[in-house]
Design a protein around this ligand. Sequence first.
Ligand code: GDD
Length: 331
Amino acid sequence: MSSQKTALITGVNGMDGSHLADFLLNKGYVVYGMERRSSVKNRINTKHLESNDNFHFVIGDMSDSESLRNIVYLSHPDEVYNLAAQSFVGSSWAIPLETSDTNGLGVLRLLNAVKQYQEHNDKVVKFYQASTSEMFGLMEKGGSSANEQTVFLPRSPYGIAKLYAYWMVRNYRESYGLFACNGILFNHESERRGIEFVTRKISDAVARIHLGMQDKLLLGNLEVWRDWGYAPDYVEGMWLMLQQDTPSDYVLATNEAYSLEQFLDCAFKVVGLDWRDYVEQDERYMRPAEVPYLRGNYGLANDKLGWKPKTSFEELVEIMVNNDINLLRKD
Ligand code: GDD
């Protein structure tokens, strides 16, 4: 039998999904990437995988248990990474039911597919769930950073749906002995980030302003702080969780919080500008309930997985701004 491992990644076209696919292919895995059916393909982050013989796109949907079961049986995975989600917190008030279904019940559907497959095959399938710091919600600014024991106080339909999934993963681990882990990841960004997220919105705007294509940047609440890391560092942490002998839940973070104003300062400085000359606040980007401050303690991941973030805040901002300048220049 071949020793080559197989992984199934749901949400493969997203930022994390595409970085994880690259990472696993580099390690010699065969990778199945689940995407939703769509008349217009969304493969900006995964176009380069189309010609890779070890990579296979498969069509499925977190709302369709039949499709999830079929995909698990078709791919015979050693590892399943559930990264599919309605991942934009801001939209979760507009589409709370869809968010709850995809991010909450969808995870239960996938867990059931994996459990059933395991029962019919003599094989352990390891399961990773993309949990999130958004579950911590209301943290005290400047207080201790959150770890695996910190109380959850979610503030959005997104965070609440993710919390349901978090407990389902724990429940399937405790009830059925599934090797299932929650990665509680704090904000992590990269040049592949969707344009609606604040870091990419800023890096894109800075590039456009620098090239004379835009003169203003409209943002929502500037009084927020986040623990921002670099996504490629975090996908390695996901993989490490599934290489252990026993499953557990881990926080991945940098343990440093920066304000949105500090992000703006750093991003505009890359092109020698002052953000105060370009940024305006706009009610449309405010959220009904805000998570003002997030900072995570990755001590357990460091102790047990040997994981730590490799990319600094300044490096992350520079990578994103320079990438957007290059993209626009190419266009
Ligand atoms: N998107 C956006 N757009 N956010 C803005 C804006 C704006 O114009 N102006 C201010 N913000 C604030 C938001 O209110 C929020 O407090 C912060 O910037 C970050 O927003 P996002 O980049 O949209 O990320 P997020 O923190 O809500 O969610 C991300 O991180 C979570 C982990 O904590 C996403 O990646 C989630 O999927 C992930 O779970």
